[in-house]
Design a protein around this ligand. Structure first.
Ligand code: ATP
Ligand code: MG
Length: 420
């Protein structure tokens, strides 16, 4: 071991486990890639004000969790705590919204950073795959995103997750509700921090996880009862579209989210096998965000799914992803001449698209075969001086143990035929 360790709240992805991780990322991205979403990649850090304004000063993310720092040049930056503000910033900067039909549909995958109290499922460095549909107000778009996330989780074999759905209203009806909620909350027995929150972002109080707070919230006014006609109709349409796609969801009138920018459709994917860190993903509509960061009005909707927690959800359900062995063929040279020849064969096989590895370093047939076994390869190519003198190698089927001499000059084709 070195004298250094991964920083607190972080962990390394190590093979073979890391393959699960890649597979989860791919599975989440797959339905997006075939639904018109283009890949976007933004820097790992941004102007701190993009998040302060975009995500909202009163959110936990901005007030407590952000890794903000000043550069040697005096720029105030922050490691990105979430993806939406960055992706919208990038889309505006590239004027994607002016280059064709709206919405602009984008997906992303990457690392995010929050200074949180580390625990299972809650890390300081974590990974998300996300999707954003920018510039259109269309309930079918909200429905599409929820359906695609559902499809992604199902393709991984997950079953014990639930979709919670709510509407947060818009700039017409939310202020009325906000005031009613504040009136209610001011009458409760709450600590100073929470009292402050009532004045800045009262909806967030509904999200308080503490039993003592939740007990007092029982009779709180619900946004559902305050939605204006337009928001109500919009929400009904989203619900109808998801339902007709066969996606099951639960109405959750108390669902709010950690970010200030959400409007109308809000949803969360929760998994019942994860204890208190149960949210595996979430998202919603953020019609006002573009204007908040200096752009034009661009009503948008998106989600971000947590890769770390999705992997934990797979574990909780006892799901082992079927990941094909990384190596199909493993070359075992016996002697120096064979080493030179087989090393060339390995390069040829790789060029032909066959996943091939070579027994490096090992000494003696036993050591070599141990390497071959560990690689998980389906076939081993074994050759010594006598084989080479006859122009052949031994092709060993690692499953059946059968071995056959194959001519060296027809080897690539022979291997490809067997693997096909
Ligand atoms: P929570 O309520 O658990 O703090 P959040 O509302 O802060 O979640 P979002 O900002 O919506 O989470 O991020 C989307 C997803 O990213 C979450 O559902 C979760 O799966 C994942 N996520 C968020 N924060 C972390 C973290 N610190 N460690 C691991 N995954 C995280
Ligand atoms: Mg959080």
């Amino acid at each position: 071991m070195s004298t250094f360790k991964a920083p607190k709240g972080t962990y390394d992805l190590i093979p073979p486990f890391s393959a699960q991780y890649l597979a989860v990322r791919d599975a989440i991205a797959a339905p997006l890639r075939t639904s018109g979403y283009g890949y976007v990649e933004t820097p790992g850090f941004e102007d701190v004000n993009l998040f302060a304004r975009g995500v909202g000063e009163s959110t936990d993310i901005v007030s407590k969790e952000m890794y903000a720092f000043e550069t040697k040049g005096g720029d105030k930056l922050a490691l990105r705590p979430e993806g939406t503000a960055s992706v919208l910033r990038a889309a505006l900067e590239a004027s994607l919204h002016k280059q064709g039909n709206l919405p602009v549909k984008l997906w992303y995958s990457g690392s995010y950073y929050r200074y949180e109290r580390p625990q299972k499922g809650r890390y300081r460095h974590f990974s998300q795959v996300g999707a954003e549909a920018i510039g259109a107000e269309d309930p079918a778009l909200d429905a599409e995103l929820i359906i695609l996330a559902d499809q992604a989780y199902r393709s991984l074999g997950l079953r014990n997750f639930r979709i919670l759905l709510n509407s947060l209203g818009d700039k017409e009806c939310r202020p009325v509700y906000r005031e009613a909620l504040q009136g209610f909350l001011r009458g409760l027995d709450l600590d100073d921090d929470t009292r402050r929150r009532i004045e800045i972002n009262p909806l967030r109080v509904l999200d308080d996880k503490r039993e003592a707070v939740q007990k007092q919230l029982v009779g709180a006014p619900l946004l559902r009862d305050y939605l204006c006609d337009a928001c109500k109709a919009y929400h009904e349409e989203v619900r109808a579209l998801i339902t007709s796609a066969g996606v099951v969801f639960e109405d959750d009138a108390k669902l709010v989210r950690g970010l200030d920018y959400y409007t109308r459709t809000t949803f969360e994917f929760v998994h019942d096998g994860l204890g208190s860190q149960s949210a595996v993903g979430g998202g919603g509509r953020y019609d006002g965000l573009s204007e908040m960061i200096g752009g034009p009005a661009l009503p948008s909707v998106g989600w971000a799914l947590g890769v770390d927690r999705t992997v934990l959800a797979l574990e909780a359900e006892g799901i082992e992803l079927d990941i094909p062995a990384a190596t199909s063929v493993f070359a075992v040279p016996l002697g120096d001449e064979a080493r030179r020849v087989l090393f060339g064969v390995v390069t040829e096989l790789r060029k032909a698209g066959v996943a091939t590895d070579f027994s490096f370093g090992a000494k003696g047939l036993k050591g070599h075969m141990k390497n071959a076994n560990r690689s998980g390869a389906r076939y081993a190519i074994v050759a010594g001086e006598r084989d080479l003198a006859e122009g052949v190698v031994q092709l060993k089927d690692m499953e059946s143990g059968e071995q056959q001499a194959v001519a060296l000059d027809g080897l690539v084709e022979a291997v490809r035929t067997r693997l096909a």
